[in-house]
Design a protein around this ligand. Structure first.
Ligand SMILES: NCc1[nH]cc(CCC(=O)O)c1CC(=O)O
Length: 309
């Protein structure tokens, strides 16, 4: 049978390309298709080009997805592979997240230049990260550390660390694993103390809402539990969004049709924080996440979100 070429859009980083290749491999296996039924189309995004300031200052999350979404809407690609963590909560009209692949390890990894763990860093040592969440969580543990901006893809950040621009950095273990580089991690952070970003470790696939052919292909590789967890996490984030300068962490766990969610917001200096929990049936993932978002927003009060603007 003749099939039309399926064009997969991705960013150009090695991690993004590994995620696109993984998606292609799953589609090949699920539908007995050869590799040449697919074309991987690399798209450069503003998030990849802007390297001189934190993304929270440059306009936030949509920076990694905008150009890819334009390509989807123009019909230059048929599906887009993203890190869920980088996906805005509101998608452009006509696009939707059609599938989530099974989630990888959700934890953060610490990579120390001359020590193994954050606790061993000397007083005043430099931790390189441009993630507000990692900054706040690190300062909560070690207020003496100096947190400095560290942009770029995984390879760039590891090179900066080697060059001595920082004494340690934090990266998602999922990304390191997908790059077969988990050996660079010198410690793995405990998610109870150092919760991940919402969406961390989960690949999502976006397509056009009116493209039934792609939707039915993607159904075969969608992972239910990951989908429920991410629906909950994204609903939580959607309530709190607006301020992409608020450090937010959280994780939904799905087991036996039940979800348990825990969320955390902090001030960037890590001194103040609020926690929230939520539980219920996996079928109510969105309600559980949104409800937890509203409760933590009420608990923190409006001034929590503008206290550092
Ligand atoms: N913003 C960059 C980004 N987006 C997703 C990942 C890691 C992979 C994942 O969480 O699925 C990373 C790099 C990092 O945080 O180390």
């Amino acid at each position: 049978m003749q099939t039309d070429l399926i064009r997969i859009g991705t960013r150009g980083s090695l991690l993004a390309q590994a995620q696109a290749a993984e998606t292609r491999a799953r589609l090949m296996a699920a539908h007995s298709l050869p590799e040449d039924a697919f074309e991987i189309v690399v798209i450069s995004t503003s998030g990849d080009r802007i390297q001189d300031r934190p993304l929270s200052e440059a306009g936030g999350k949509g920076l990694f997805t905008k150009e890819i979404e334009e390509a989807l809407l123009d019909g230059r690609i048929d599906l887009a592979v993203h890190s869920s963590k980088d996906m805005p909560t509101v998608l452009p009209e006509g696009l939707e997240i059609t599938a989530f692949l099974e989630r990888e390890d959700v934890r953060d990894a610490f990579i120390g230049r001359s020590v193994e763990a954050i606790g061993e860093l000397p007083e005043g040592a430099r931790l390189g990260t441009s993630s507000l969440r990692r900054q706040a969580l690190v300062l909560r543990m070690r207020p003496d550390l100096e947190v400095g901006m560290f942009r770029g893809n995984v390879q760039t950040r590891l090179r900066k660390l080697e060059e001595g621009l920082a004494d340690g950095t934090l990266l998602a273990l999922a990304g390191l694993k997908r790059l077969v580089m988990e050996h660079v991690a010198t410690a793995i952070m405990d998610p109870e103390i150092f919760p991940p970003a919402l969406g961390q470790g989960a690949i999502c696939i976006e397509s056009r809402s009116d493209d039934g052919r792609i939707r039915s292909m993607l159904e075969a590789i969608h992972h239910e539990e990951t989908g429920a967890a991410l629906t909950c996490e994204r609903a939580f984030l959607a309530v709190l969004d607006g301020s992409c300068r608020t450090p937010i962490a959280g994780l939904a766990k799905v087991e036996g049709g039940r979800i348990s969610f825990s969320g955390l917001i902090l001030t960037p200096d890590g001194r103040l924080s609020h926690e929230i929990g939520g539980e219920g049936r996996a079928a109510e993932a969105a309600e559980i996440g949104a409800d937890a978002g509203k409760r933590i927003r009420d608990k923190a009060g409006a001034q929590f979100f503008d206290s550092w603007d």
